[in-house]
Design a protein around this ligand. Structure first.
Ligand SMILES: [Zn+2]
Length: 423
């Protein structure tokens, strides 16, 4: 995006402060995505005049978000000051509440991970308060680590495997956790305010569906095939998100993307939601584990993290264990059957296998592709590419961290209000 686009977008408000904020954000994104540059090149590439860009860069320096350094004159031959992002200055925290694990990550403006933690839980038998207390503890540790690294936390976004009401921000329903109308943001905010390690005001806390956050992590403005995309987020159940025109489509109330409950197998298993034969009953991690292992298999120990479980499954698949491979083939085939429904409906450029599917993509993708080839009406499976997520089970927390950083990228002056808080 160039300055002209931003000026057109915000000019309706006729508010110089809004134009300035948007331009500061434009420079920050440009430095994040394109690396260090001279002021002149930065101005040229963002469509700003040189004098405007210089003033804005000075403001970003004052906010501690960029630095200006003398370039190495010996090698480049062209002296000049390079404007560079200070990624560490600010970070976003993403957290995830899933049926069998909690996860937290702090990602800075440059995309580097500052703090990371995962813990296996048995979310089905623990009361919501205990799950939230445990999560708040992990978040408090991440806030302390970020502070120790000299990074201001812009916000905390908690992803939950369930429906999140876009207006009330309540977790309306999380069938696999047995949750109804839980106010996660208020609860986490209160616990963090009381946590001994948290210094100063608690950064803004938000809540979102975890698959929606996972899809945010998969967005790539440089890849046209990802502007229209379906993200399949495999966990104990199956989360999903639909990206249309480069944005995650929330639906009327924020409840879109509940593809895990597409009724695909009417004579199938009972789902956590109370219905029968939902897609997630045949492709969720629970289904895979039931098919690939016996009840007393150590892999089913609730204390194990998802990574530990997946590492064991990958090892068995690599050793060509017949039962594991048959289970993966079955899950892959069901995954493709449901994906074909979505590809026929939406004609996405990409279907992303994210969450636990990513670790097992080597075995799942061929089965998905062959089902798409067979079941999609449009030629060449509608031109849809099947991609394996680079983030896998960390996509939701990463997306949460990115969403938390968004207010600073939209208006870097917002950072001034956060300073003195968690820094
Ligand atoms: Zn269901």
């Amino acid at each position: 995006m160039r300055d002209a686009d931003i000026t057109v977008r915000v000019s309706a408000t006729a508010d110089p402060a809004a134009v300035r904020a948007a331009r500061l954000g434009l420079l920050l994104r440009s430095l994040r995505d394109g690396g260090p540059r001279s002021r002149g090149r930065l101005a040229e590439e963002t469509g700003l005049t040189r004098s405007v860009a210089t003033g804005l860069v000075d403001e970003l320096v004052e906010l501690g978000l960029v630095s200006c350094e003398d370039a190495d004159r010996r090698g480049a031959g062209r002296p000049g000051v390079q404007v560079r992002l200070v990624g560490r200055a600010v970070c976003g925290v993403g957290a995830e509440i899933n049926v069998d694990h909690l996860a937290v990550v702090a990602v800075d403006l440059a995309g580097s991970v500052i703090a990371e933690a995962r813990r296996g839980i048995d979310g089905r038998s623990l009361p919501a308060e205990e799950v939230l207390a445990e999560l708040a503890g992990l978040v408090a540790d991440a806030l302390a680590e970020a502070r120790g690294a000299g990074s201001t936390v812009a916000g905390i976004t908690v992803g939950v495997a369930g429906l999140v009401d876009a207006t009330t921000e309540l977790v309306t329903l999380a069938p696999n956790l047995g949750w109804r109308d839980i106010d996660v943001t208020a609860d986490v905010r209160r616990r963090l305010a009381d946590a001994p390690g948290v210094v100063g005001p608690v950064p803004p806390v938000r809540v979102a569906n975890e698959a929606t956050l996972a899809a945010t992590a998969e967005l790539d403005p440089a890849d046209a095939d990802r502007a229209d995309m379906v993200v399949l987020y495999g966990e104990v159940g199956l989360g999903g998100a639909i990206v249309s025109g480069g944005r995650v489509a929330p639906g009327r109330h924020g409840w879109a993307g509940e593809i895990g409950h597409l009724p695909l197998d009417p004579r199938g298993r009972r789902c956590g939601c109370g219905r029968t034969g939902c897609w997630e009953t045949v492709v969720g991690l629970r289904a895979l584990l039931e098919s690939a292992t016996d009840p007393d298999d150590p892999i089913r120990d609730p204390a194990l993290t998802l990574e530990e479980r997946l590492a064991t499954l990958v090892e068995r698949a690599r050793l060509a264990d017949g039962r594991t491979l048959a289970a993966l083939d079955e899950v892959g085939s069901w995954l493709g059957t449901g994906a074909a429904v979505l590809v026929n409906t939406l004609n996405p450029g990409t279907v992303v296998l994210s969450g636990y599917f990513a670790a097992l993509g080597e075995w799942l993708r061929p089965a998905v592709e062959s089902r798409l080839a067979a079941d999609v009406l449009a030629p060449r499976a509608g031109g849809t590419r099947v991609s394996v997520s680079a983030y896998g089970p960390t996509a939701a927390v990463r997306g949460g961290a990115l969403v938390s950083l968004e207010p600073v990228l939209s208006d870097p002056t917002a950072l001034a209000e956060l300073h003195g808080g968690t820094r």
